[in-house]
Design a binder for this molecule. Structure first.
Ligand code: G3H
Ligand code: 13P
Ligand code: ZN
Length: 304
């Protein structure tokens, strides 16, 4: 079917205590693997493309790839703009058919974040497109400064949601982007999440939620990868987060690990092969397995 917005997908998840997977893509192969996996699991799915993905693939090309994959299935598929730092990009994406956008002004002050988010909401809502915003900062690529308060404040979250009119809110409770999330034991601030969930009615979003499956990492290293010291969010803590208000779980890093593993495996097992479709198919098969395992974890299987 045609792409749907994230509005109903996330409200249904909120009402029924499960979460919908947000999976990042930059190309045909990852998109097909995500949508096929979700389709086989009868689960709604959010396919996301970042500014970097758009730069890599082209704004029209990536939109067409996702639209075409969605048309071949009966499950609800949304195309979401991930972490947009600017309003012009949001406007362009809406023009090319994105059905959900994120304004990420979380690195600015509360006042500036509120002002920019409000502008993005006004623009997107004119086209009936829902907006995800972020309050608090994730350690890593979001300009985190050591010693500064980075976790989301529940009271501020309530005010932010009311002032901006955003449709969903990304929170900072201890996750970070990429494969190196924790120095010691992984721990999310579930108490804080609970408090945010009591203050904010809109669906909450968990970024930086990859679990960095050690089985895949060990296997990739067998096929010549050199991956060391990677730590993700344990599945048990993702489950706890979903029980406490998280309705959308963002995964990019685990997809990269799975795709990379599949390609490495195929190249090692068939060093004579130069048909790229064969090793890309092996990468896609690993991504499909991964996405299915996430859908089981998020409990969105058969939710459509
Ligand atoms: O949170 C952002 C995603 O991991 C996208 O990463 O900017 O490299 O496309 P990217
Ligand atoms: P990971 O790096 O943990 O996969 O997070 C992805 C993400 O938050 C995309 O917005
Ligand atoms: Zn993110």
């Amino acid at each position: 079917m045609t792409l749907v917005t994230t509005k109903k997908i996330l409200k249904d998840a909120q009402r029924n205590d499960y979460a919908v997977g947000h999976f990042n893509t930059s190309n045909l192969e990852i998109t097909k693997a995500i949508v096929e996996a979700a389709s086989e699991m009868n689960s709604p799915v959010i396919v996301a493309a970042s500014k970097g993905a758009i730069k890599y693939a082209g704004i029209k090309q990536i939109a067409e790839i996702v639209k075409t994959a969605a048309k071949k299935t009966k499950i609800p598929v949304a195309l979401h703009l991930d972490h947009s730092p600017d309003i012009d990009l949001i406007a362009d994406c809406i023009k090319y058919g994105w059905t959900s956008v994120m304004i990420d002004a979380s690195h600015f002050s509360f006042v500036k974040n509120t002002r920019l988010t409000k502008l993005a909401v006004q623009l997107a809502h004119r086209r009936k497109i829902p907006v995800e915003a972020e309050l608090g900062r994730l350690e890593g690529k979001e300009g985190w400064v050591k010693g500064k308060e980075i976790f989301t404040d529940p009271e501020k979250a309530k005010v932010f949601a009311r002032l901006t009119g955003c449709d969903s809110l990304a929170v900072s409770i201890g996750t970070s982007h990429g494969a190196y999330k924790f120095k010691g034991t992984p721990r999310l601030d579930i108490k804080r999440l609970k408090e945010i969930n009591e203050q904010v009615r809109i669906p909450l979003v968990l970024h930086g939620a990859s679990s960095v499956p050690q089985k895949l990492v060990v296997e990739a290293n067998k096929y010549n990868a050199k991956l060391k010291g990677m730590i993700g969010v344990p599945n048990s803590q993702i489950r706890q987060a979903i029980r406490n208000g998280i309705c959308k779980v963002n995964t990019d890093t685990d997809i990269r690990i799975a795709f990379d593993l599949g390609i490495r495996k195929s190249l090692k097992q068939h060093p004579e092969n130069i048909d790229y479709r064969k090793y890309l198919a092996s990468g896609m098969a690993e991504v499909k397995k991964l996405v299915k395992s996430k859908i089981r974890l998020f409990k969105s299987e058969n939710a459509v």
